[in-house]
Design a protein around this ligand. Sequence first.
Ligand code: PEP
Length: 253
Amino acid sequence: MRKKIAAANWKMNLRQEQGEQLLTAILQKNISLKPHQFAIFAVPFPYLPMASEKISGKINYSVAAQNCYHKSAGAFTGEVSAEMLSSLNIPYVVLGHSERREYFGETNAMLAEKVNLTLSNGLQPVFCCGEPLFIREENGQNDYVEKQLREGLFHLDNAQIRKIIIAYEPIWAIGTGKTASAAQAQEMHAHLRSVMAGKYGHEIADDLSVLYGGSVKGSNASEIFSQPDVDGGLVGGASLNAEEFCQIISALP
Ligand code: PEP
């Protein structure tokens, strides 16, 4: 069975003690995860040791970094490498979030390098893709997202692509309260899966987890996650609220 994942993206929010309280509140609910279900917390870099410590021993609870640099090491003041994350035993890293693409100029070519460094250091990328509103209004979303996958991932071989988690996040739905309908999410996820099948074959494509992101909340998670090609969510705003995020974890099929 495909992995079903509820991934929290805290972005640049919370003081460390607030993050710790949030994790405590979520873990206190003791939501037990089935072998195919995972809860992942993408926390700010400085909180990775704290978050790793908090979730240690909790089965299928993990932490993720929100980014890493596209070079392996060197004179890049202020940046964090995949190798550094690996040295902290961080299992996942979110790559290519639309905020990174938009505010920090991350290109598909840079993301392809980040993907390589992430994999070669033993981490699994959560590779984000998604179209802006004007592309959706022109009905160009399928080609737009396909290009992101082609340029960011298609250089990988079969063994490498199996390590990738894809997150489809339409930019017009991120932090806007405007969720894609379950049907819109399903339509794009099916398209992404067929693009991956075209390159890597159906067996690999059927095994890939494709998460939806964009204003997922406790109240809409079940409907979105029940779509056949949606394997959970990448969640921003609602992941900062313990009740909401617990509802989202509990909505994983
Ligand atoms: C995100 O930032 O990945 C996201 C989906 O944010 P939100 O849930 O707040 O729309």
